[in-house]
Design a protein around this ligand. Sequence first.
Ligand SMILES: Nc1ncnc2c1ncn2[C@@H]1O[C@H](COP(=O)(O)OP(=O)(O)OP(=O)(O)O)[C@@H](O)[C@H]1O
Ligand SMILES: [Mg+2]
Length: 275
Amino acid sequence: MTMLAEARALHVALPNQSAKRPFRAAPLIHILHGVDFAIAPGEAVGIVGESGSGKTTLGRALLRLLEPSGGQVQFAGQDITHASEATLRPLRARMQMIFQNPLASLNPRRSIAASVAAPLWARGDRADPRPRVLAALERAGLSGSLADRYPHQLSGGQRQRVGIARAIVTEPDFILADEIVSGLDVSTQAQILDLLRQLRRDMGLALAFITHDLSVVRVLCERVVVMHQGRIVEQGRCEDVFAAPAHPYTRRLLSAVPLPEIDPDWLDAEPEEAA
Ligand SMILES: Nc1ncnc2c1ncn2[C@@H]1O[C@H](COP(=O)(O)OP(=O)(O)OP(=O)(O)O)[C@@H](O)[C@H]1O
Ligand SMILES: [Mg+2]
């Protein structure tokens, strides 16, 4: 099968800003050491690992939000490892990201409608965004009456739904979700996860789901990738990895996390009215 997004022997080194000296380039810090990762169209893959293991860096490199220092990144069969912003622009609409902290990732001075429309503007789309913004909000379980409000007027769960609406407004094929339910209470978490499952099914989305919470991976993803110190140390189908973790690090991770945290029944319930 052709992969949708793929990293081969990916290396990422970034200037270590905290060690910067005047008039000298900051020393490089090596973050990813030869990571191979691929996600098929419509697939959901969990990316887990302790803080600092390189999960976000892998995600950002896949979306070409940063440029790798070695290896290759492909999207839909196209080599984008060193592609220019002009080349990336039409692809950006097909790969979107949802962030951990929606309050920090939404501009406080922008209306909800303007925030959700941003990816349309970014791809140079000058048609009236309003109908697509309202459709995306509705798909994310939000009433269109929220469109003219501002982020601080919304609840945490509603803000995360705005982040989701913004990510789907361009009808992407691939969404990277980075710790998107960490700050939310358990019932709101379950509603957001259920929404993602629905969207994935309805839109045929591929989903890379970065999380500390292995119980979330189990209910949402078919496959899991375990990172440790900038490398993938184990991967496989969730049932297999969770039933018989091969790597000592994965075993430690599993024993450190209480399972299951989320009642799977929650995820089959009708989504609650969020407006
Ligand atoms: N821009 C940067 N400059 C220098 N070092 C960085 C930069 N971004 C990340 N790092 C370092 O790279 C390592 C991996 O970071 P990354 O954010 O990818 O980890 P993570 O697995 O997402 O962690 P967390 O679970 O805490 O979000 C960390 O040690 C981090 O300090
Ligand atoms: Mg991270």
